[in-house]
Design a protein around this ligand. Sequence first.
Ligand code: GLU
Length: 547
Amino acid sequence: MDYKKLAEILFPHINETVDYYEEVFPKRNLEPGAKVTRLGPSPTGFIHLGNLYGAFVDERLAHQSNGVFFLRIEDTDEKRKVEGAVETIISSLRYFGLNFDEGALLDGEKGSYGPYYQSNRGKIYQCVAKYLVEQGRAYPCFCTEEELEEIRKKQVEESVNTGYYGKWAKYRDLSLEEVKAHLDNNEEFVIRFKSMGTEEGTFEIDDAIRGKLTIHENYQDVVILKANGIPTYHFAHVVDDHLMRVTHVVRGEEWLSTLPIHYEIFKILGWEIPVYCHTAHLMKMDNGAKRKLSKRKDPELGLGFYMDLGYHPAAVREYLLTILNSNYEEWRIENPDTLAEDFKFTLEKMSNSGALFDLDKLNNISKDVLLKISAEEIYEFLLKWAKEHRSEIAGILENNKESVIKLLSVGRDGNKPRKDLMYCEQIFDFISYFFDEHFKIVDGYPENISDDEAKKLLKAYMGTYDHSDDQSQWFEKIRVISQENGYAAKPKDYKKNPDMYKGHVGDVSSVIRIAIVGRASSPDVWELQQIMGEEKVRRRVEKIINK
Ligand code: GLU
């Protein structure tokens, strides 16, 4: 068989050679050890935690080593393309502090290793496919769906592995004349890789996360170019990651099973194999069992979830680091005030058996992270979020800037600071009592206090209320009201002699808190009253008294 001739017949329009592309995309001029990583999402419009998790690894590897982190859009599947998806990918990752150095960017492509959209790289894939045909390592396959099904059936009958390989690969050894006859007949064809692997063969490869792996060789003649000339993932991955000079391929563990294909193609092309880093699936606990996060069942899988609820990017980053590197939490305890960026991220400390994602833990971490951010900054973040996601509350936040900042600050100083704030939606809910149009009484009075009793206590409260009292004067008055109405002035007195009292000062304070804040728990009521102003305090209490 004259493979050169075959290649010419199949790819008459391809004049470039692989060497030409090797020259156009030379080895990058980076310092020794610098890593080149890429994110290769499909533009489906859905960007998820797994993407962010992987992107985080890419970004850290590249930027910790003065390397390059770029974005390549894997848009070879027409059916899955969604308008605006690329913008969503870029802006979502930017929200979480991940910025690309190169690739498909919002204002066009940047970098000398493009095009960065796979749909614009057709000629490059075809050039490499042509080369493989010339080498006798790829061939046109005219198999129809029916023929493939036929082959499969026979394989099942004979109890052998299914697929297109060896003696089953019916178009593998056509003569030039036979190929020509099929082409003259205008038959559709794909280009398949001609594998030399065996079903028994194995090889070893180092995965930077999983260590040394011994895996089965590829022996299937996989499709590398589809009938429309578009590459499959397997082929595009090898061609792109080589010609874009990627040093570390970070991708999900679902690609491990097809790694043998990639390995064989890299080998036959004589290209250096990148360092593979197969990340573990993100898991969650569900009814006591670990399972993969699912797009259908778990809204928290999509990144939109975090942006819509207004999670602070620093909190999400901090949390991701705890699941990305097993030594992060320890480091954080030792370095409470250091920037997360100063942590030395390593692939060796990554989990390879499923990373557990836990929303409660994210919320807890978020509380700690927000505590380190000033109330002014949280206010700005909240306002920006409201403008983008809850336009109906942006106005009141804007008109009450000073009060909101004060509300956000209450109880955050001292050695036992309050940790009330988690994410914007919850933060707004947390301070919403301040705004009359959002104020509602959510909690009930303590069990031992009836509505009438509460009114009586509130009347007494208003009777002695002086807005200029300082905190201890104010509380002293509550003790007095408590005593005058049959409540112990100190909880411990009540505990000693519960039969002597209706309750204790804590119950009376609760009634006041509920009248003013609407909830049984809140930061210090005296401080809140000072922020709200006398008029609002009196109005709220009077309203209950007069009900
Ligand atoms: N387009 C592939 C995906 O979205 C990329 C996998 C890879 O990073 O190689 O899963």
